[in-house]
Write a protein that binds this ligand. Sequence first.
Ligand code: DGL
Length: 280
Amino acid sequence: MENKKNQVNQNSAPIGIFDSGVGGLTVAREVMRNIPLERIVYFGDTARVPYGSKSKETIVRYSRQIIRFLMTQGVKAIVVACNTASAFALEEVKKEIEIPIIGVVQPGAKVACAATRNKKIGVIGTEGTVRSQIYTKVIQEWDPKIEVIGKACPLFVPLVEEGWLKDPVTDEVAYRYLKEIKEKNIDTLILGCTHYPLLRSTVQKVMGENVTLVNPAYETALELKNLLYQHKLENRGDGGEKELKYQFFVSDAADKFKQFANSILPYDIETTKQINIEEF
Ligand code: DGL
């Protein structure tokens, strides 16, 4: 009886999702759409964004702190909704915790491999993600014949954080960054930073309709669903209804985050709490 009760409690516990800022909301959005019974505790590290230009050591330290914070919220599983942290920290932190944890790189790479016809895949991401070559490694483990061409687009993150999603300045930046990769004749492009799906229409306009854009967020939500099922951790809606379904925490500028989140989520968030992540 006690076991059953614990299992129900565990099943109704939230999923922890984190990113350096608002980018991971593109993943949270897919979790809300595709596994609607699940509760979410989201953390955006708005005080320390961007992650893309920082070292592996720093990203591992930040990720550890965030995971410690999420554990205090009783999460049952974690999604690293940041490509940079998935590239640099996922393998390290996986060894240190007992609950299931996934990143966004494997799911994105899988969809891209299935989508490419000419075996030329482009990846755009932060400097860290592109430098880590993580997508190349994962993709070529599945199919060594696929050529992977990476391009860092560091200005995309501040443009998204600023809310300049459809703007002539963003168009110009996109043309400059993508020119090189466009000339390589890729047929598939991975949006390898969780901020970038918010610039999808700009990127598509620049790359042309013949290039398939891959947003790893959707596939990540499906992988999470599968993972919860395997671990018998799915929320069956039979407990925890009194708790807040979606909770949002940031390390700075809570109001700005809330406004942004409300403009892209299928649901209006009521509160965003600011915490001192350095305490964890
Ligand atoms: N959204 C993050 C990613 O997917 C990081 C952006 C940043 O903080 O540089 O890599």
